[in-house]
Design a binder for this molecule. Structure first.
Ligand code: ATP
Ligand code: MG
Length: 426
């Protein structure tokens, strides 16, 4: 019989790796709480129509990357390829956007795209997404960037990431620009790579971020989107830049930054790194003031971003920024000798967990010799062993042995153990 395997591009996160995920998630949660953002939890499956209407029919995601299926009623459903669409749907469905009330929310979870799996690119991957609603000024654009910058600093990644910034202007600006860009490129059609030739009809702005060097060379003299921005768009962009300057956040303007989803306008940004090879964008976002209306709501400005957790964890590992304490998941390992000690061992362990909330205490299970239990205690990473033999149990005592360094072994009364552990574990 063939062994069953996970779906290609969909990864298991094994016990040895989960500590890093938890550390990352806890750090993100702390940063976002520090700016007053609330978590929203959304379904993984949405009606297919939601993504078609929001992301855009002629984007890579909707054209060829979605996991779409008919459920048993015949409804077309899709595993979410991103979180913004579902977030907007939920805000609208629950009437949260009325009356101009502003909201700042975040979510995390798996996303699904049928892409070619490679380092930093998977078919099931995870994002943290942050979205804000009913805030139209550059101040909130700046806040989103500032809070992500704080996160990079907390994770030790700030030296390795660069902020790229652009303005896409209004949709009227982009329409005028699109016409001129298409005219320019059409005259040079034969020199374009195949993908760009195809995009020229369907989504010409995407030609700007073609990876093909010949196409890039051709674009050097193409019309520049920056020259098409209206006064308001220009002021918004300048406002954002001034705030970033005031916050001391370095950035580069990338006039070719367009993003792959149709709903963006005005501000777009990406945090990129050169340490991960081709998959260098770790966080990307922008303003999508038109999307709420596009999905049936009253117009409401919105801006947000999403970061790719796998890429950020790869970066943390590549830079050697995994905190040392993550390698140790156990504080104390309780070794028991003799069958008569099983019941007292459980009583002692529960007493200790009551007295020291948060203690990571492993009670040895499965019997075995003193030696084999100590091997396990050592392998667990525990700093201390407690040793409960039949004699100690009868006397209400327990052995206390440091497993690292050369501290002395003690015999303690049960009542004295919490005090001792508090002292040595701090
Ligand atoms: P890329 O250009 O790398 O395909 P994207 O523009 O499609 O990225 P977004 O939709 O903006 O990506 O998603 C935000 C972030 O999610 C990306 O910057 C990246 O870090 C991460 N991400 C996107 N697709 C994948 C994937 N298939 N596997 C892992 N991470 C991903
Ligand atoms: Mg992509």
């Amino acid at each position: 019989m063939k062994n069953l395997q996970a779906v290609r591009g969909m990864n298991d996160i094994l016990p040895a790796d989960s500590a890093l995920w938890q550390y990352f998630e806890a750090t993100v949660g702390k940063v976002l709480a520090g700016y007053g953002y609330q978590q929203i939890r959304l379904p993984i499956v949405e009606p297919t129509e939601l993504f078609k209407r929001s992301i855009g029919e002629v984007t890579d995601i909707v054209e060829k990357e979605m996991y779409t299926f008919a459920d048993r009623n015949g409804d077309s459903l899709t595993l979410r390829p991103e979180g913004t669409a579902g977030c907007v749907r939920a805000m609208l469905e629950h009437g949260l956007l009325g009356g101009g009330v502003s909201h700042k929310v975040w979510y995390t979870g798996p996303m699904f795209r049928h892409e070619r799996p490679q380092k930093g690119r998977y078919r099931q991957f995870h994002q943290v997404g942050v979205e804000t609603f009913n805030l139209g000024g550059p101040d909130i654009d700046a806040e989103l960037i500032i809070l992500s910058w704080r996160l990079w600093r907390m994770l030790g990644l700030d030296e390795a990431v660069t902020l790229e910034l652009n303005s896409l202007g209004s949709s009227a600006d982009r329409a005028r620009y699109r016409d001129d860009l298409v005219a320019y490129l059409r005259e040079r059609f034969e020199q374009l790579d195949e993908d760009s030739q195809r995009r020229l009809d369907s989504n010409p702005l995407r030609v700007l971020d073609s990876k093909n060097p010949d196409t890039q060379a051709l674009l050097a003299d193409a019309p520049k989107l920056a020259d098409y921005l209206n006064d308001e768009a220009r002021a918004h962009f300048e406002g954002l830049r001034a705030l970033l300057d005031a916050a001391g956040i370095p950035y580069v303007i990338n006039p070719r930054l367009v993003r792959g989803l149709d709903y963006y306008g005005l501000t777009v940004f990406e945090w990129v790194t050169d340490r991960l090879g081709a998959q260098g964008t770790v966080c990307a976002g922008g303003r999508y003031d038109g999307l709420v209306e596009q999905l049936g709501g009253k117009p409401a400005p919105a801006v947000g971003f999403a970061m790719g957790i796998e890429r950020l964890l790869l970066l943390i590992e590549t830079l050697g920024k995994v905190p040392a304490e993550l390698s140790r998941q156990v504080d104390v390992y309780l070794v028991t000798l003799g069958t008569e000690t099983q019941q007292p061992a459980i009583r002692l362990a529960e007493q200790l967990r009551d007295a020291l909330p948060g203690i990571r205490l492993v009670v040895h299970c499965g019997g075995g010799s003193f030696k084999s239990q100590f091997k396990k205690a050592d392998k667990s990473g525990a700093l201390y062993a407690l040793i409960l033999g039949e004699e100690e149990a009868a006397a209400g005592q327990v052995g206390f042995k440091p497993l690292r360094g050369d501290g002395e072994q003690l015999t303690l009364a049960w009542d004295a153990v919490p005090e001792q552990l508090r002292k040595v574990l701090q």
